[in-house]
Design a protein around this ligand. Structure first.
Ligand code: ATP
Ligand code: MG
Ligand code: MG
Ligand code: MG
Length: 471
C-alpha cells in the first residue's frame, strides 16, 4: 500500500526528474488577489506567470498545493460527507509548463506516471478530451495507444477551461479511474456519469488561446500547461479503496472522532456521514486558521465560521455535548504535521480559536435546534420558510447552509430567496443581535491573534529528503 506521504513525494520526484522546479504550496489565502476567496487550484499562485505579468527562471514547475473549495465559484461544501470524492480542503498535485512543453509532453508525463510509476492498469483508466481538440485526441489514441472504448469527447462545460471572462483559456483532457462495476455510475459523457464508479483523478488544461472582450479566441504564441490531480482521490486508487475517506489521509481522523463520540465507524450510515464531515472539517478549519483566517461574519472568516458550526452540529448529532472539536487538532497534527510543519507551529492558536467558537455556538445550538423542530412540526409542505431560516440565523447563529444541511437529512429544503429577503429587510437589527451574542469578546481575541501570528512560511518540502530516508 502506498501511503499519502509517499504519493506526494513520488509525484514531486517524478516531475523534478523531468526538469520541473519543486515549488512550495502557497497559503489558502491568495496573495494579492482580492477576486478570489481561497486558493482553489495549484495554478493560482502562478496566475501572473500565465498572464505574462511575471516570469520564472524555470519554465517548468511542480507543486502539492493546499486548496479550499467552500464558497466562491467552486463550492463543494454540501457534497462533503455524502460523496466518496469531495472535500472542502484537499491537496492538489500539479505540474506546470509556462510556455515550455505542451500537449504531447503533458499527456505523456501523466500517462507514464500513472501506468509506469504508480502501475495502474490502463484498462482501469478512462480518458476524455474536448470535442474539438483533434490534436489531443490523436496523441491519446495514436501515440499513447489508449483504447477508443475507454475514451470520450466532451463538450465545453467540463472540458474547456478559462481563467476568467477574458484571458488565457483552452481545452482540457481528463483522466478518470474506473472503480469497478460494483459501484453505480456510468463513464464520463454518459447519462449516468454522476455516479461514483468513474472518478475524475487528473485534469490537464492546455492553455492555448487568449480570449478578448468580444469572445474572440487568438492562439497564444507560447501555449502553457496547468494540471491538477487530487491527492485524496489518487490515494484512494493506490490504496485499493473506493472512498477517499477510507485512505490514510482520513482514517486516523475518523477514528479519533469516533473515539471521542464512543462510536464505531461503519456501524450506522447516518453517523458515518457525521464522522466524515468532522474529518473533513477539522482539516479545513485548522488549515484556514493556520493560514491566518479568523472567524467573522463576512468573507473568508464567515466561510470558516460556517464550517466550524457545521462541524459542531454534526458532533452534536453524534452525541458530543462538551467542547470537542478542538480535540481533533492533535490527531491532525500527528498525521499532517510532517508534510505541513506550519500546522504544528500554529496548533495552540488553532485550538484556542476553535474552543472559543464552539463555546459560543454551544450557547445557542440546542435552543436553535429545538426552535427548528417546532417550525418543522408546524409547517405544511417540505420547504422551511425564509423567515424561519432567518430567525435561526439571526437569533441562534445558524448559517443558512447549516439549516439546509439539517433540512436535507429530513428530506426538506429551505426557502433561500425568502431568507435573503428577510435578511435584507432586517439588516440593521441583525447586526445588533450579533454584537449581543459574545461577538465583541471573541473578536478582540481574534484581532490580537491575527496581529501576533506570523505570515505563514512554507517548510514542508525541506523535509523531503529526510522523510525519504525513513520510508
Ligand atoms: P469534480 O468534477 O469531481 O467535481 P472538478 O472537475 O471540479 O472535479 P478540477 O477543477 O478539474 O476538479 O480539479 C482538478 C482535480 O482536483 C480533480 O480532477 C480532482 O482530482 C481534484 N478535486 C477537485 N475538487 C475536489 C474536491 N472538492 N475534493 C477533492 N478533490 C478534488
Ligand atoms: Mg467540481
Ligand atoms: Mg470535473
Ligand atoms: Mg475537472
Amino acid at each position: 500500500m502506498m501511503r499519502a506521504a509517499e504519493i506526494r513525494r513520488s509525484f514531486l520526484e517524478f516531475f523534478a526528474s523531468q526538469g520541473h522546479e519543486i515549488v512550495p504550496s502557497s497559503p489558502l489565502v491568495p496573495r494579492n488577489d482580492p477576486t478570489l476567496l481561497f486558493t482553489n487550484a495549484g495554478m493560482v499562485q502562478f496566475k501572473d506567470v500565465f498572464l505574462g505579468l511575471d516570469k520564472r527562471d524555470n519554465p517548468r514547475a511542480v507543486s502539492v498545493q493546499r486548496c479550499m473549495r467552500a464558497g466562491g465559484k467552486h463550492n463543494d461544501l454540501e457534497n462533503v460527507g455524502y460523496t466518496a470524492r469531495h472535500h472542502t480542503f484537499f491537496e492538489m498535485l500539479g505540474n506546470f509548463s509556462f510556455g515550455d512543453y505542451f500537449k504531447r509532453d503533458a499527456i505523456r508525463f501523466a500517462w507514464t506516471l500513472l501506468t509506469d510509476v504508480f502501475k495502474l492498469p490502463p484498462e482501469r483508466l478512462w480518458v476524455t478530451v474536448f470535442e474539438e481538440d483533434a490534436e489531443a485526441a490523436d496523441i491519446w489514441l495514436k501515440e499513447i495507444g489508449v483504447d477508443p472504448a475507454r475514451f470520450s469527447r466532451i463538450g465545453a462545460k467540463d472540458n474547456f477551461w478559462s481563467m476568467g471572462d477574458t484571458g488565457p483559456c483552452g481545452p482540457c483532457s481528463e483522466i478518470f479511474y474506473d472503480h469497478g462495476p460494483h459501484i453505480p455510475g456510468g463513464p464520463p459523457g454518459s447519462p449516468d456519469e454522476d455516479g461514483d464508479r468513474y472518478v475524475e483523478i487528473w485534469n490537464l488544461v492546455f492553455m492555448q488561446y487568449d480570449r478578448d472582450a468580444s469572445g474572440k479566441l487568438t492562439p497564444l504564441p507560447k501555449p502553457s500547461v496547468d494540471t491538477g490531480m487530487g491527492l485524496e482521490r489518487l490515494a484512494a486508487v493506490l490504496q485499493g479503496v473506493h472512498n477517499n475517506y477510507d485512505t490514510d489521509l482520513f482514517q486516523p481522523l475518523i477514528q479519533a472522532a469516533a473515539q471521542l463520540a464512543g462510536r464505531r465507524y461503519g456501524d450506522d450510515p447516518k453517523m458515518d456521514v457525521s464522522l466524515r464531515v468532522l474529518a473533513d472539517h477539522i482539516r479545513a478549519c485548522s488549515f484556514l486558521i493556520t493560514d491566518g483566517v479568523m472567524p467573522s461574519n463576512e468573507g473568508r472568516g464567515y466561510v470558516l465560521r460556517r464550517i466550524i458550526r457545521r462541524a459542531i452540529r454534526h458532533g452534536h448529532k453524534l452525541g458530543l455535548r462538551d467542547t470537542f472539536f478542538y480535540r481533533l487538532v492533535a490527531p491532525l497534527c500527528e498525521h499532517m504535521g510532517e508534510a505541513y510543519p506550519e500546522l504544528v507551529a500554529a496548533r495552540q492558536d488553532v485550538e484556542r480559536v476553535l474552543t472559543l467558537e464552539e463555546e459560543r455556538f454551544n450557547e445557542t445550538l440546542e435552543l436553535g435546534l429545538k426552535h427548528l423542530d417546532d417550525v418543522i412540526a408546524q409547517m405544511g409542505g417540505t420547504i422551511i420558510p425564509g423567515d424561519a431560516v432567518f430567525k435561526l440565523y439571526d437569533t441562534y447563529g445558524f448559517p443558512v447552509d447549516l439549516t439546509a444541511d439539517i433540512a436535507r437529512e429530513r428530506g426538506l429544503a429551505v426557502d433561500e430567496a425568502g431568507f435573503e429577503a428577510a435578511m435584507a429587510e432586517q439588516k440593521s437589527r441583525s447586526r445588533a443581535a450579533w454584537a449581543g451574542s459574545g461577538e465583541v469578546k471573541s473578536e478582540k481575541v481574534y484581532h490580537d491573534l491575527r496581529a501576533r501570528m506570523q505570515p505563514v512560511e512554507f517548510l514542508g518540502y525541506e523535509r523531503l529528503d529526510a522523510e525519504a530516508a525513513v520510508v
